[in-house]
Design a protein around this ligand. Structure first.
Ligand SMILES: Nc1nc2c(ncn2[C@@H]2O[C@H](COP(=O)(O)OP(=O)(O)OP(=O)(O)O)[C@@H](O)[C@H]2O)c(=O)[nH]1
Ligand SMILES: [Mg+2]
Length: 274
């Protein structure tokens, strides 16, 4: 679950993750929440419904919970639930490029050193971007060839994609072309003809920065490739965390742009995060 204060002024993301399993009873949960948010935690509310939570059974793993030091939270004026912004993104690319490392750096803020090939992992994170909370539903996919048949399924019904390659592997860069082809097949036939943003991530920046000879794909090649496919180019490192939050924040902003009809003409402009 994700904890936040009513004003949402906690840390960079304005919400703090807490594993539900950490709390065995409600009292312990309040104590731990208070510790995490550095405040006295007395009451807690479901951020979506504004209903007070009195029992831990009422909380699901991906809920956002507002903690107060005793203050009650008023329900929305219209008496209805506030609609929660949720976005769905798939992280795609060849095996070993760092899809899981980037995802885990973002969701849990740690780096996984060992390569444990993924089959499929789903994560949820509440992110505050431009003072608006968004629940990001992230699908970390398998890069291994034997799972190729699942790619279309992973790309279906998503708000956009994060396509990853490693700057020290030319093959991983070349292996992204089929994903763009699939994207065209899937999304250009959509009746809504909605633009689906793609962030092209050139990963393992720490390695090529420390040893330029290890770089197999130049920055200009990456940028040209992104521009050709209408994607946003971003160089990142899951080790140092450089630009990792930026990838996901940019993704959220791009999806929001698309959902604003008056700004439609600006959505195909490309940019880079370096
Ligand atoms: N130096 C460095 N190593 C990285 C980086 N990102 C990932 N790695 C390492 O690269 C290896 C593969 O990373 P994963 O995140 O498991 O790769 P993946 O793309 O999820 O691979 P599959 O799940 O098999 O598709 C691991 O040993 C990571 O520690 C990075 O930015 N820099
Ligand atoms: Mg993986």
């Amino acid at each position: 679950m994700y904890l936040r204060t009513e004003s949402g002024t906690v840390g960079r993301d304005k919400s703090v993750y807490m594993d539900l399993k950490q709390s065995t009873d409600f009292k312990k949960f309040l104590k731990l929440s208070g510790k995490k948010l550095k405040m006295k935690a007395v009451k807690c509310y479901n951020a979506n419904t504004s209903q007070e939570i009195l029992n831990l059974d009422e909380v699901k793993a991906d809920d956002v919970v507002i903690i107060t030091s005793g203050k009650s939270i008023s329900p929305p004026a219209n008496g209805l639930n506030t609609s929660q912004e949720t976005m769905f993104v798939s992280v795609l690319g060849a095996g070993g490029v760092g899809k899981s490392a980037i995802t885990l750096r973002f969701v849990r803020d740690f780096f996984v050193n060992n390569w444990d090939p993924t089959i499929e992992d789903a994560y949820r994170k509440a992110v505050d971007v431009d003072n608006k909370l968004c629940i990001l539903d992230i699908l970390d996919t398998a890069g291994q060839d034997e799972f190729e048949s699942l790619r279309a399924q992973w790309m279906m019904d998503k708000d956009g994609y994060i396509l990853v390659y490693s700057m020290k592997s030319r093959t991983s860069f070349e292996e992204l072309t089929p994903f763009f082809k699939l994207h065209k097949q899937i999304n250009e036939s959509r009746s809504s003809e909605k633009h689906v943003p793609i962030i092209l991530v050139a990963n393992k920046k720490d390695i090529v920065d420390s040893d330029s000879k290890s770089r197999q794909v130049s920055q200009s090649e990456g940028m040209e490739f992104a521009a050709k496919h209408g994607a946003i180019y971003c160089e990142a490192s899951a080790v140092t965390g450089e630009n990792v939050v930026g990838i996901f924040e940019t993704f959220i902003r791009e999806v929001r742009k698309i959902n604003l009809p008056q700004k439609k003409d600006t959505i195909r402009q490309c940019c880079c995060i370096l």
